[in-house]
Write a protein that binds this ligand. Structure first.
Ligand SMILES: [Zn+2]
Length: 474
């Protein structure tokens, strides 16, 4: 069976055939960095990770891009409150987000483009849309004319009957009833200028709309047509609908070939959302003693298109499941090896498990089926080992490598083996890093260096990246 995905665009399971054999371009909507994501967002990020890992597991060379939205209404508002520029305000959230990805064992994207780093591409895209008659400027704002794009609504299948020509919506986040011309560019206000959120453009100083950012960055990184665009289901309308309109109206080409959307996570049967104020972050859970491996396991345990109830009991069950895998891994490592051992069922069990695992994931990334294959393998291999005094090196390697190979996609054993994070120490390091950042911002390099040395003495290696500072223990 070939790899198949459920494509939101066609509402059908489709065989996955990338544009270029052997290569995949994949774009996923990342966070808006005005706070740390809540646990519900991490379901989406872990889904991206399983998709990314599985494509690589299948032998594809994947170029994976995840954007960071570092300019929007909320960021501007909170930067004003904090008396900082948007760059200063978002830096710790970007750093925190990347650290959280590491905590959960999410493999880094090939690039994390930031909206503010791609303004020229966004301006060029708006210019192209104006030239082609799909956009118009009004008092320094620029709107997309949805009546100029007959395919509008093809992804979300939204009812367009209520649309009245020329009605406009300026907010980045609007409801289904607001099917109207949407803002590509917003004229600068004084507040925007004060926090460094205003850029020059032919139709006036301003800033890009949220939807425009993803169109411009994805096409800049992956080309005008690419294979996979992923996101949470809440992004289908308006965000992804608008991305399609902007991109296809500008290029005249299909924008994305496969649209994959993950469902919400439910927390105690209530939809988690920031607007409900029901915010649980990854850090709160880790601080309360829940292992990242158990959190990751629960986040990936349901099929990505099914709702997932995230519960503390579920975390306890996940912990038990991981314990079983670790015990099994330990048992394999401790199994006696003898060159003259008779043939064992281990290679067959391993081959069957890998085939079932792959069949499950080929079927629209059916993780529950893949997990069933894994745990059946553990149970049967344990039973076989009960009957054997020793096995050959080759047979044992077949079992160990099957386990490792399955974990290449699931990514839970690797983080379960990592030492438990020391929350207090981590908080201290974060505090010192923030002080160092502040010292650097005020060009007090002597203090910044002293803090770096202080951290080094405590065994912390600091790595400065374009996305902020990261740290690890030496
Ligand atoms: Zn996006």
């Amino acid at each position: 069976m070939a790899l198949r995905f459920y494509n939101t665009l066609t509402r059908a399971l489709e065989e996955f055939r990338p544009l270029e054999p052997g290569r995949v371009g994949m774009y996923a909507c990342g966070p808006t960095v005005y706070q740390l994501p809540h646990i519900g967002n991490y379901r989406t990020f872990v889904f991206y990770d399983v998709l990314h890992r599985y494509l690589e597991w299948k032998g594809y060379q994947v170029r994976f891009i995840m954007n960071l939205t570092d300019v929007d209404d909320r960021i501007i508002e909170r930067s004003l409150d904090a008396g900082s520029s948007i760059d200063e305000f978002t830096a710790p959230f970007i750093r925190g987000f990347l650290e959280d990805l590491d905590t959960l064992g999410v493999r880094r994207a090939d690039a994390f483009p930031r909206a503010t780093g791609h303004i020229p591409e966004m301006v060029a895209l708006v210019e192209r849309l104006i030239q082609r008659g799909h956009a118009y400027a009004v008092d320094g704002d620029v709107y997309f004319d949805i009546s100029s794009f007959p395919d509008y609504g093809k992804l979300s299948r939204i009812d367009l009957s209520a649309v009245r020509r020329g009605e406009r919506v300026a907010s980045d986040r609007y409801e289904k009833e607001d099917v109207r011309d949407f803002a590509l560019w917003k004229a600068a206000r004084d507040e925007d200028r004060r926090v460094g959120a205003a850029w020059n453009a032919p139709w006036g100083e301003g800033r890009p709309g949220w939807h425009l950012e993803c169109s411009a960055m994805s096409m800049a990184e992956l080309g005008e047509t690419f294979d996979i665009h992923a996101g949470g289901e809440d992004l289908i309308f308006p965000h992804h609908e608008d991305e399609i309109a902007q991109s296809e109206a500008a290029t005249g080409k299909p924008f994305v070939r496969y649209w994959l959307h993950s469902r919400f996570l439910l927390l105690d049967a209530e939809k988690m959302s920031k607007s409900l104020g029901n915010v649980i972050t990854l850090r709160t859970l880790v601080e309360q003693g829940y292992e990242p491996a158990a959190i990751r396991f629960q986040l990936l345990s349901a099929h990505y298109r099914k709702e997932l109830d995230f519960t503390l009991e579920g975390l306890t069950e996940a912990r038990t499941a991981i314990r079983r895998l670790l015990d099994f891994d330990d048992r394999l490592a401790a199994t006696a090896v003898r060159d003259d051992a008779p043939p064992s069922p281990l290679p067959d069990l391993a081959a069957t498990a890998l085939a079932d695992f792959e069949r499950g994931l080929d079927d629209d990334l059916n993780v529950p089926a893949a997990l069933a294959a894994l745990f059946t393998f553990v149970r049967r291999t344990n039973a076989a080992l009960d009957e054997l005094a020793a096995v050959s090196r080759a047979d044992l390697d077949a079992a160990s490598s099957a386990l490792a190979r399955m974990d290449d996609v699931l990514g839970v054993l690797a983080i379960a083996r990592a030492p438990a994070p020391d929350a207090e120490f981590a908080a201290w390091v974060e505090d010192r890093l923030a002080a160092r950042q502040q010292a650097r911002a005020s060009r007090d390099f002597a203090t910044a260096d002293a803090i770096r040395q202080e951290l080094a003495a405590a065994g912390v290696v600091v790595e400065d990246t374009p996305h902020g500072s990261r740290w690890k223990r030496a």
